[in-house]
Design a protein around this ligand. Structure first.
Ligand code: THU
Length: 136
């Protein structure tokens, strides 16, 4: 679904959900709290936050946790995602790949705590991606 078809009220709802999720982040090592809110095709919003670990490499980002939670709830058709972080960062490479698996053209809104808004898309964040189309 193109960006224009997501109403402002939906973006606002996603932003509120993502902010709430960021508050639940378990980030005692980086102190960098991230929240994600994923809009599913049926209107359900599924959230995720980053969950760190004393074995640092086991950390899972907010975006991937949102996707995993949504899939576990039976959702695979995603229409938009909002990610809230202290400074409005773009998703890491691993998260871009995982988002691309399910929604290679989905609109992405990145928000900072201070309210900076960046609109982009999974396709723009991960051009020339490897995906299911490449497998025989
Ligand atoms: N992190 C996310 O959850 N999502 C992003 O888009 C960027 C990074 C997390 C991972 C780690 O817990 C912390 O932010 C610092 O890298």
């Amino acid at each position: 679904m193109p960006d224009a078809l997501i109403p402002d009220t939906t973006w606002q709802r996603l932003a509120a959900e993502a902010r709430g999720a960021a508050e639940k982040a378990y980030a005692p090592y980086s102190r960098f709290q991230v929240g994600a809110a994923l809009l599913c095709a049926d209107g359900t919003v599924v959230t995720g936050c980053n969950v760190e670990n004393a074995s640092y490499g086991l950390t899972i980002c907010a975006e991937r946790n949102a996707v995993a939670a949504a899939v576990a709830q039976g959702h695979r058709d995603f229409r938009a995602i909002v990610v809230v972080s202290p400074n409005g960062v773009t998703p890491c490479g691993a998260c871009r790949q995982v988002l691309s698996e399910f929604a290679p053209a989905m609109p992405v809104r990145l928000l900072s705590k201070s309210g900076k808004v960046t609109d982009t898309s999974v396709g723009a964040l991960l051009p020339s991606s490897f995906g299911k189309q490449d497998l025989g």
